[in-house]
Design a protein around this ligand. Structure first.
Ligand SMILES: NC(=O)c1ccc[n+]([C@@H]2O[C@H](COP(=O)([O-])OP(=O)(O)OC[C@H]3O[C@@H](n4cnc5c(N)ncnc54)[C@H](OP(=O)(O)O)[C@@H]3O)[C@@H](O)[C@H]2O)c1
Length: 266
C-alpha cells in the first residue's frame, strides 16, 4: 500500500492533536512536531494503538531559526515524502504590546510566521517534483477581525498567513499543489491558558466556542479537497461574513459580550 506522509506542527495538543487523529484515521503516516517530547510520545503511542497508524515524532522548537531545516533533514533521512504539510503550531503573547520584550515579539513572529514560510519553502520542491502536495495553514477568524487591544500582532500575522496561502495557490495550483487557510474562531484547547487569556475565554458565550475535533475534521476535509479558504462551522462563517460587511467601528460594542477583553485590556 502506498503510504502518504503528513507532517503536523503543534501536534502535541489542541487542534494539531485532533488533526493528527483525523489524518491517522484516514490512513496517513504521521510525523508529529512540537517541543514537548513526553506529550508527542504519548500521542504517537495512542495513534498507533487506536488507528494502527505509522506515527513518529520530532522534537523541535520553532523559535529556533534552524528548526525547519532540521525537521526537513529528519524526513529526508527517513525517506519520508511529505505530501501534506500542516502548519499549525501557535500561541499568542500574554502581555500588552508596550510591555512585551522585543525578543518575545520576534519569537512569536518566527513561530507563527517565519517558520511557516521556511517549512513551506523547504518542503515545496519535493512536492513540485512529484506534482502532488497539500499545505494546511491554521489561521484564524482574527485574520478578518478589526485590530484588537490585546495580542496586538496576532491578527496581523494571521492575515499575513491568509495572503501567503493565496499566493501559494496562485503560483503552484498548476503544479498540483494546493494551500488551504483554515480560519477557526474560539476553539477549546490549551491556547487561551498558554496565551494568558483563559479568564476572557471563560466569559465567551458557549455558542461561540467549538471543540477542536470538530475544527480538525472540517480542516482536513477542506485541505484534501484543495479548498483555498475554510471557515469551520456555521457560527464562524457568520462571524466572518459580519466582519466583512459591517463597519468595524461597531465591533467594540458587541465585543464586550461576545469577545471579552479584545478592546479594553491595558
Ligand atoms: N484555540 C483557538 O481559539 C484558536 C482559534 C483560531 C486559531 N487558532 C490557532 O490554532 C493553532 C493551534 O493552537 P491550539 O488552539 O491548538 O493551541 P494549543 O492547544 O496551545 O496547541 C498549540 C501547539 O503548538 C505547539 N507549539 C507552541 N509553541 C511552539 C514552538 N515554539 N515550537 C513548536 N511547537 C510549538 C504546542 O506544543 P508544545 O508546547 O509541546 O511545543 C502545541 O502542540 C495556532 O496556530 C492558533 O493560533 C486557535
Amino acid at each position: 500500500m502506498k503510504k502518504e506522509f503528513a507532517l503536523i506542527t503543534g501536534a502535541s495538543s489542541g487542534i494539531g492533536l485532533e488533526i493528527s487523529k483525523v489524518l491517522a484515521s484516514k490512513g496517513f503516516s504521521l510525523v508529529l512536531v512540537a517541543r514537548s517530547e513526553k506529550k508527542l510520545k504519548e500521542v504517537c503511542q495512542d495513534l498507533i494503538a487506536k488507528h494502527n497508524a505509522t506515527a513518529t515524532y520530532f522534537v523541535s522548537d520553532l523559535e529556533d531559526p534552524k528548526a525547519p531545516k532540521a525537521i526537513f533533514e529528519f524526513c529526508q533521512e527517513k525517506g519520508y515524502f511529505i505530501s501534506l504539510l500542516v502548519n499549525n503550531a501557535g500561541y499568542a503573547l500574554p502581555t500588552a504590546f508596550h510591555k512585551t520584550p522585543m525578543e518575545a515579539e520576534e519569537n512569536f513572529l518566527r513561530v507563527l510566521g517565519i517558520a511557516v514560510v521556511a517549512l513551506t519553502k523547504i518542503f515545496l520542491p519535493n512536492m513540485i517534483t512529484k506534482k502532488q502536495g497539500k499545505i494546511m495553514m491554521i489561521s484564524s477568524v482574527a485574520a478578518f477581525a478589526p485590530p484588537s487591544s490585546i495580542q496586538t500582532l496576532y491578527g496581523p500575522i494571521k492575515t499575513f498567513i491568509n495572503r501567503f496561502s493565496e499566493g501559494l495557490n496562485l503560483s503552484y495550483n498548476a503544479m498540483g499543489i494546493t494551500s488551504t487557510a483554515v480560519c477557526p474562531g474560539y476553539t477549546v484547547t490549551n491556547f487561551h491558558t498558554a496565551s494568558g487569556v483563559q479568564q476572557e475565554m471563560d466569559r465567551v458565550p458557549s455558542f461561540m466556542k467549538k471543540e477542536a475535533h470538530r475544527i480538525a475534521q472540517v480542516a482536513v476535509n477542506a485541505t484534501l479537497k484543495g479548498k483555498r479558504v475554510s471557515i469551520p462551522t456555521k457560527t464562524f462563517k457568520l462571524i466572518v461574513f459580519l466582519l466583512k460587511v459591517l463597519p468595524h467601528s461597531l465591533f467594540p460594542l458587541f465585543s464586550k459580550k461576545l469577545a471579552p477583553g479584545r478592546y479594553n485590556k491595558e
